[in-house]
Design a binder for this molecule. Structure first.
Ligand SMILES: [Zn+2]
Length: 451
């Protein structure tokens, strides 16, 4: 059972997962910077690591897992947004955090064990910087504190790059204050109107990379099992987290398994706020049920790029609607290990989907056991979490009739039939049909569905 294999960016191979402590499996995933509503590219990361969390729960039991996903609520992007929009920082971060929580709920992601906020850990951040300065691994220049890359021998190990290549090939911030262009900020001064905290180097705020180093250590310890995030975080964010944490703790390893999900693209270009080609999760949810979005985002293997398109969503919607034909409300655990094996093999969701189609076909022929297995396997994926009538919310809006109206009309029709007014009964049925609703009389009951 315990044979999860996962692609590890640190070793560049698919490794057998061996937890440090079977009674406390630890996973840290970089959460959102709350300056703008998260887009579906961020949603992919949320769902991929939610699935990994579900796999870990199945293998080790929920009580034995600590899953931390942070909130970055102090960052240049937040300050910039506040300046541009003229909205106070607190309002931006609390509104975006609220929307983020609605999004993760609608996408049916399980809640992490804890969700630390960066601004709650400023004291610990100052302590970590102090320790790096004392160890001569960081230097102070004009209110700024920088990490001294040249003193950390393993720099570039995660991103598999040499220092010279990194300088040439990446957009590093050039500053006269730095000794090396790759040295990165640990602390920076705050302007008078900007948020800031007192520190030995003056009033200022922490660097983004440092925030994750402190929050992961606080919640998971100096070395933990899994560190996750989108591929765009691998360099420099994760590389810098390793440098700070390992230098601070005098350890060789921050996390044993570094897991990165591939990009979500739109017209084959990476979806990103800076490129302007984004769709927010909220926008997507206004058009499609969260389960459709979940299926779409899991349709490709998590390491591969995935192109976000109407076609992908319509296909996912059609699949979900088909699968819902065999939806059963009763939750029966079936322990089908064969389909689960696909997920143990580096979260191979395309293979899992193929098996689900097979199960569907077998169940559709009337095999009750297969139907139970099918329902169980759908639930494991994080779908089948709502009754069928919730699923078709969009259609309801499109057809301009709501459930209350439909049930009222059905009631009127039943009454008409009881009084043998079949003309009225038929006209009610025709009216509903015109509105996209089909009704069927089965075993003295009237059922309805959308066309
Ligand atoms: Zn992070």
């Amino acid at each position: 059972m315990n044979s999860l294999k996962i692609s590890n960016s640190l070793t560049k191979s698919k490794d057998l997962f061996k937890p440090i402590n079977l009674k406390n499996i630890t996973m840290y995933v970089c959460g959102p910077t709350v300056y703008a509503d998260p887009h579906v590219g961020n949603g992919r990361s949320l769902i991929v690591f939610d699935l990994l969390y579900r796999v870990l729960i199945k293998l080790y039991g929920q009580k034995n897992i600590t899953y931390v996903r942070n909130i970055t609520d102090i960052d240049d992007k937040i300050i910039e947004t506040s300046k541009i929009k003229g909205i106070p920082i607190d309002k931006i971060t609390s509104d975006v955090t609220k929307n983020f929580h609605i999004n993760v709920r609608d996408l049916n992601c399980l809640e992490p064990t804890s969700e630390p906020k960066a601004t709650d850990y400023i004291k610990e951040m100052i302590e970590m910087i102090n320790s790096l300065v004392e160890k001569k691994l960081a230097y102070i220049n004009n209110g700024h504190v920088y990490f001294l890359i040249s003193k950390f021998k393993n720099y570039g190990k995660l991103s598999n790059k040499k220092l010279d290549d990194l300088v040439a090939g990446s957009r590093v911030e050039i500053s006269k204050l730095k000794k090396n262009p790759l040295d990165f900020i640990l602390w920076k001064p705050a302007l008078a109107k900007e948020p800031g905290w007192d520190s030995p180097w003056g009033r200022g705020r922490p660097g983004w990379h440092l925030e994750c180093s402190v929050m992961s250590e606080k919640h998971l310890g100096k070395t933990f099992d899994i560190h996750g995030g989108g591929l765009d975080l691998l360099f420099p964010h994760h590389e810098n987290e390793i440098a700070q944490s390992c230098a601070h703790n005098s350890t060789d390893t921050l996390a044993n398994y570094w897991v990165h999900n591939g990009f979500l693209t739109m017209n084959k270009e990476k979806m990103s706020k800076s490129l302007g080609n984004i769709e927010t999760i909220s926008e997507a949810l206004s058009k499609y049920n969260g389960q459709v979005i979940r299926l779409a985002l899991l349709s490709a293997h998590y390491k591969q790029p995935l192109d976000w398109s109407d076609n992908l969503l319509e296909q996912s919607k059609a699949t979900l609607e088909k699968w819902y034909e065999l939806y059963d409300e009763a939750e029966i655990e079936t322990h089908n290990s064969e389909i689960f094996l696909c997920l143990l093999d580096d979260l191979n969701t395309p293979k899992y989907f193929a098996k689900l189609h097979e199960l569907y076909n077998a169940a559709n022929k009337g095999d009750k056991d297969k139907r139970n297995e099918f329902n169980d396997a759908c639930r494991f994926l994080g779908i089948f979490n709502q009754k069928k009538d919730m699923l078709i919310k969009q259609k309801k809006e499109a057809s301009n009739v709501n459930e209350k109206y439909i049930l009222q009309k059905i009631g009127e029709r039943i009454k008409a039939r009881k009084t043998h007014d079949f003309k009225l009964a038929d006209s009610i049925r025709d009216e509903l049909f015109k509105n996209g609703i089909i009704i069927e009389d089965k075993d003295n009951k009237t059922e309805w569905k959308y066309k």
